[in-house]
Ligand binder design. Structure first.
Ligand SMILES: [Zn+2]
Length: 433
């Protein structure tokens, strides 16, 4: 297998016309399948998936706007965002008023072409910068939109890391959105790199599955065809918008007291001190909704670099626009996000019950147990508070949660206890006398 860097993959794939069921989406997915072992699931147009139906494949052959004397004002050949994703075909002379009813601009960035999609509304449309729209003074214009709708297959890529247990942790990111990068090609390449790392290590305890989907409908299609494994899905993490210049944001699941929510909250504290957390749907709602929804109820969190809530709400300045380019993403931030995801999963693997093989307080100096307060002040201060909770009924994240300290600080202490034979780890609670 190749091992192209995350940023190189972005440069290769970003400008493709990756609409939800399209040749561009397929091309990007097949390219990613050269990077990591991948199963590609196909769901045909028209197939019922729970309350949803797989849409048609959409192709834009040509789309432009001209003055009546033939001056080309915008052309989808120059930028895929000039045509609304899933626009109906349309050809004709229109008045400026009619054109303006179908010509979309970005609400805050006058120099950007907006991303507009009408998957289910059935309408035609073009997109332009506000600057161009403001310059349109003619009474009539010529519109050409040659698009086709036809039967195709929606594709979902799945990368599996088999674990010792059938209990499965889900990761997901979406590959759709033509000619945009941060939303969500960044989540895709970070996920691919995380899976590559997991596959290179010795087999984990849990099984991991990473899904590369077209937004929403891809998750619904996969879940509705894998109802048998839903009961084994014990948690998940959606990855998105991981390249822009903001600290990490961890959004909790619909079940904020789930094991995975509490474990990730504690681990996140130790991994990105600048990061912030937020409730379900309060940072950025996306595909994790399908996993958290009724009948599925998998606690799936999401990790992003969404900016702190502002008004009007926008995940980042260039969101859903032609300014969401490779220029707003850096290799360093992608690598930091990859390492953060790996850190969360490492905590998840380690998060077991701590079974005490001691009674009373441990004679710490007798065991030569010393935690350097300079490198781990919490560990040093909290040593006794951690020790008294090692009773077979607390997991590592339970203790981190109770003491509001990073998962890693608890791990550092209990792994020393384990080396000395004072405790062992168990996947289920154990009561000792
Ligand atoms: Zn989006």
């Amino acid at each position: 297998m190749n091992a192209t860097s995350m940023l190189d993959l972005i440069h290769e794939l970003w400008f493709l016309r990756r609409d939800i069921v399209s040749d561009g989406f397929d091309q990007a997915l097949y390219r990613l399948a050269q990077e990591v072992p991948m199963v590609i699931h196909e769901y045909p147009t028209g197939e019922q998936c729970w309350t949803w139906r797989i849409p048609e494949k959409w192709t834009c052959h040509e789309a432009y706007l001209e003055t009546l004397d033939g001056k080309r004002l915008l052309d989808a050949a120059d930028h895929p965002l000039h045509v609304v994703s899933y626009s109906l075909p349309f050809e004709g002379i229109v008045s400026r008023e009619e054109l303006f009813a179908h010509l979309h601009t970005h609400p805050t960035l006058p120099q950007a072409i907006p991303f507009v999609f009408k998957y289910y509304q059935r309408d035609w449309g073009l997109c332009a910068t506000q600057l161009l729209k403001d310059s349109l003074k003619d009474d009539r214009y010529r519109v050409v939109i040659r698009t086709t709708f036809e039967p195709g297959t929606l594709k979902v890529g799945e990368v599996i890391v088999p674990g010792q247990s059938a209990e499965t942790f889900m990761l997901a990111a979406h590959l759709c959105h033509p000619a945009m990068v941060n939303d969500d090609l960044t989540g895709v390449v970070v996920g691919v790199e995380v899976m590559r790392r997991l596959l290179a290590q010795s087999p984990p305890y849990y099984t991991y599955r990473f899904l590369i989907v077209p937004e929403t409908i891809g998750s619904v299609a996969y879940l509705s065809h894998h109802e048998d494994i839903i009961p084994h899905m014990i948690g998940g993490l959606f990855l998105e918008m991981l390249g822009n210049d903001s600290p990490h944001a961890l959004q909790f699941s619909f079940q904020p007291h789930s094991r995975v929510d509490r474990c990730f909250a504690a681990a996140f504290r130790g991994l990105d001190p600048r990061g912030y957390t937020g409730a379900y749907r309060k940072i950025v709602p996306n595909d994790e909704r399908q996993f958290n929804a009724p009948g599925v109820r998998v606690p799936m969190l999401s990790l992003s670099r969404v900016e702190k809530p502002s008004y009007p709400p926008q995940p980042y300045r260039e969101y859903h626009s032609s300014l969401d380019t490779p220029e707003i993403v850096t290799a360093e931030r992608l690598e930091a996000s990859r390492d953060l995801v790996l850190g969360l999963l490492e905590a998840w693997e380690r998060d077991q019950y701590i079974v005490n093989h001691f009674k009373g307080e441990i004679f710490l100096s007798g065991y030569g147990i010393w935690i350097d307060y300079r490198t781990n002040p919490e560990g040093n201060l909290r040593l006794f508070e951690i020790m008294e909770r090692c009773d077979g009924e607390h997991t590592i994240s339970d203790i981190a949660d109770e003491l509001t300290i990073p998962f890693q600080a608890v791990w550092e202490v209990v792994s020393i206890f384990a080396e000395k034979g004072l405790v062992s780890f168990s996947r289920s609670p154990a009561r000792h006398g």
